[in-house]
Ligand binder design. Structure first.
Ligand code: SF4
Length: 251
């Protein structure tokens, strides 16, 4: 068995998801290497700006080689054995549910589980129907809340599983699509240097308070403050030069 197959896919040690724990939600996130690797693009609608400023370069992902290599191994396993990878994911979700049920049975306060499978990728998980004949991972766990951010506007054109919430993610190349998605009743995440109260006529909510996007009011812009990249040689001016992040002075 390769080392990738031995590692845990889902993690919980994220600043923003810890904020959700105070509100009674426990979030597991799956991080793997984003964008283009070995000729395959994990982020089909990524822009140059977002690839340069990707969250994968901030926090632990930018600082530690072992975190980077772990994410790369997951990515390579996902590419080489999709069914095996998704079955491991299934096992980890089942285990998380079991542990949570045991903990909830002992405690008065009940914790709700949530899963974000595209921590730093944009795979179209709803199309991977590998379980029990033709089910995707969301249909396999209909009582569990999943959510993600996506730059792929086409994902909003089809009906999503009821337990899967998507927030569109604006970049320097999809501003028009972002407004279309907002007008269609969905939410759009946008990165700013400082959060305005409105942008292009839509209310901006503070998306840094927590990561529980499925609780956001509809037609909202989810304002996120730009997170500095921490890796060697990181250039934090690029996000604003490319237009991926929005300067408050031009709002
Ligand atoms: S689409 Fe998202 S995960 Fe992919 S490179 Fe852009 S910011 Fe990173």
């Amino acid at each position: 068995m390769s080392s990738a197959k031995l590692q845990t896919l889902l993690t919980r040690n994220n600043n923003k998801t810890m904020k959700g724990e105070k509100l009674g939600y426990r979030t597991y996130i799956l991080y793997m290497t984003p964008y283009i690797h070995n000729g395959v693009n994990a982020c089909s609608h990524a822009s140059k700006g977002c690839a340069e400023s990707c969250l994968v370069g901030s926090g632990f992902g930018g600082m530690y080689e072992n975190v980077k290599s772990g994410r790369l191994k997951k990515r390579e396993w996902f590419a080489s054995d999709r069914v095996g990878f998704l079955n491991k994911l299934r096992t980890e979700i089942e285990k998380a549910i079991l542990l949570n049920n045991i903990a909830n049975a002992k405690n008065e306060e009940q914790t709700i589980l949530t899963f974000r499978l595209n921590g730093t990728t944009d795979w179209v998980y709803e199309k991977y129907r590998v379980f029990e004949g033709d089910k995707n991972i969301f249909e396999l766990f209909p009582d569990v809340q999943f959510y993600d951010y996506t730059k792929n506007h086409l994902r909003f054109k089809k009906e999503l599983p009821k337990n899967y919430h998507l927030t569109f993610s604006r970049s320097e190349t999809n501003d028009k699509k972002a407004i279309e998605v907002l007008k269609a009743g969905h939410n759009v995440a946008m990165v700013f240097d400082k959060l305005p109260t409105t942008y292009k006529g839509f209310k901006v909510i503070n998306g840094d308070v927590d990561d529980l996007r499925f609780l956001d009011a509809k037609n909202s812009i989810v304002g996120l403050k730009y997170k500095k990249m921490t890796g060697k040689g990181a250039n934090n001016a690029l996000a604003f030069e490319s237009g991926f992040a929005i300067k408050s002075e031009i709002v």
